[in-house]
Design a protein around this ligand. Structure first.
Ligand code: NDP
Length: 296
């Protein structure tokens, strides 16, 4: 059997970002509207700092307004809440993202639910979760949106496909399952208590791996020709690299690529699409708040 098609998330993301840049230019010219994204980072987690820096850079490159508020690790719950309220009240801010995880003294659920749902570009607010699950217009979490953009490009119509989402987190697994259901897939959601996970995966035309376990999904778990989307980001030791580590996904890529029809790599698959979809959500949020149609 021939090797699976490698789904180039970087290329998809570059196209999407260029499209967003064009939309932003139209919004500025026609409506004097510059979409603005504000990111709140509490503490000094190095991985979060990298994510936040990349988000800010991408936002500016798309011609949007970008602000990052870095708050000390020992910020109180009330300090973070006050920042969210300030951003809620600022009409030049259309999207608010509070980088998770937050320090223990800050109640993450309360902070996320204090964000104006229309500015909740991460789609984590309870109202947006409810809207997504009841088929209403919602802000949808960026990673599942990115996976869906790639799936539709690769497969086209998803109607009737058997899909499995391995992982049931609120930020990836559950919204991913909701989006697949919306596209008329028959969806299985698997998790750590699922019995015979390989057999469940083998029934699927679409496998989404969002677990956080390096190379867990093997080639013999994959139905021949299935489309595999690997959300996982895991750092493993690798003495052959300069840093001594490298990133891998939740899927054993080399093994699965022998069986799958198409598969995303890690890095260069879902990751770049996540940031592009954050920009996409911010443009959508800005248009809704300003009451202007989103440019084609
Ligand atoms: P969580 O830790 O919140 O959820 C992991 C899920 O995997 C849980 O539902 C858990 O089940 C399930 N799980 C754990 N072990 C097993 C197992 N052995 N068999 C089956 N299911 C298992 O992770 P996230 O959803 O936040 O993230 C998942 C991965 O995606 C991580 O590697 C993360 O870094 C990556 N990620 C990547 C993003 C990107 O932009 N590319 C964005 C967000 C996340 P249970 O509920 O039973 O505990």
């Amino acid at each position: 059997m021939s090797e699976a098609t490698r789904i180039d998330g970087k290329a998809f993301a570059a196209d999407l970002r260029a499209e967003i840049g064009r939309k932003v230019a139209v919004l500025k010219e026609k409506h004097g509207l510059t979409p603005g994204l504000s990111v709140v980072l509490v503490g000094e987690d190095p991985a979060s700092e990298v994510y936040v820096r990349n988000k800010g850079k991408a936002t500016l490159e798309a011609g949007m307004k970008s602000d990052t508020y870095t708050m000390p690790e020992d910020s109180s719950h009330d300090d973070v809440m006050a920042k969210v309220e300030e951003l809620n009240a600022d009409p030049s801010v259309h999207g608010i993202l509070v980088q998770l995880p937050l320090p223990d003294q800050v109640d993450s659920d309360a902070i996320i639910n204090a964000i104006n749902p229309d500015k909740d570009v991460d789609g984590f607010h309870t109202l947006n979760v409810g809207r997504l699950n009841s088929g209403q217009d919602a802000m949808v979490p960026c990673t599942p949106v990115g996976c869906m953009v790639m799936l539709k490009e690769v497969i086209g119509d998803l109607t009737g496909k058997q899909a499995i989402v391995v992982g049931r987190s609120n930020i990836v697994g559950k919204p991913m399952a909701a989006l697949l259901l919306k596209e008329h897939c028959t969806v299985t959601i698997a998790h750590s208590r699922t019995k015979d996970l390989p057999a469940e995966c083998r029934r699927a035309d679409i496998v989404i791996a969002a677990v956080g376990r390096a190379k867990m999904v093997k080639g013999d778990w994959i139905k021949p020709g299935a489309v595999v989307i690997d959300v996982g980001i895991n750092r493993i030791e690798d003495a052959s690299t300069k840093s001594g580590t490298r990133l891998v996904g939740d899927v054993d890529y080399d093994d699965a690529a022998k069986v799958a029809g198409a598969i995303t790599p890690v890095p260069g698959g879902v990751g770049p699409m996540t940031i592009a979809c954050l920009l996409k959500n911010t443009v959508t949020a800005a248009c809704r708040q300003a009451g202007v149609p989103e440019p084609e």
